[in-house]
Design a protein around this ligand. Structure first.
Ligand SMILES: [Zn+2]
Length: 139
């Protein structure tokens, strides 16, 4: 099972999803693996939880290490059966290289120098992807 940890190693996670992601680092983009909650495991540590409402009426819970601040995963509070694991915190470089993003979201605010991922479906915002994925990864 792919495993990962925060920068300082206090919080450890693992999941059985086929595609892991990248750390939330205030970077130009974030890569997430969408996995079922039943395939996700918190293996060590006691991560902090912060709920942020970036869109009115919609809340997302972010889980991060209280020691180093690394975000490890998030959950849409209306879909707690799904985890969005930050790909960059996963340990297995070969597995990360094997997984290729299937979707790109928020392309309306994408920086001009970030290349498009070949073969990935494009969505200007998350609403379009959410419609397409409704019902997926709910088991
Ligand atoms: Zn840490």
């Amino acid at each position: 099972m792919p495993s990962g940890s925060c920068f300082c190693g206090t919080v450890k996670i693992s999941h059985m999803g086929d595609v892991p992601l990248q750390r939330m680092t205030s970077s130009a983009f974030s890569i997430n693996a969408m996995v079922s909650a039943t395939e996700f495991s918190l293996d060590a540590g006691d991560p902090k939880r912060k709920i942020i409402s970036s869109v009115p009426g919609r809340e997302v819970a972010y889980y991060f290490c209280g020691e180093c601040g690394t975000t490890l995963w998030s959950e849409d509070c209306s879909r707690p059966e799904v985890r969005f694991v930050k790909y960059g915190c996963m340990d297995d470089l070969a597995a990360k290289n094997a997984g290729k993003p299937k979707y790109e979201i928020c392309t309306s605010t994408k920086l001009s120098w970030v290349p498009q991922v070949e073969g990935a479906k494009q969505y200007e915002d998350i609403a379009g992807l959410r419609e397409e994925l409704s019902g997926e990864a709910s088991g």
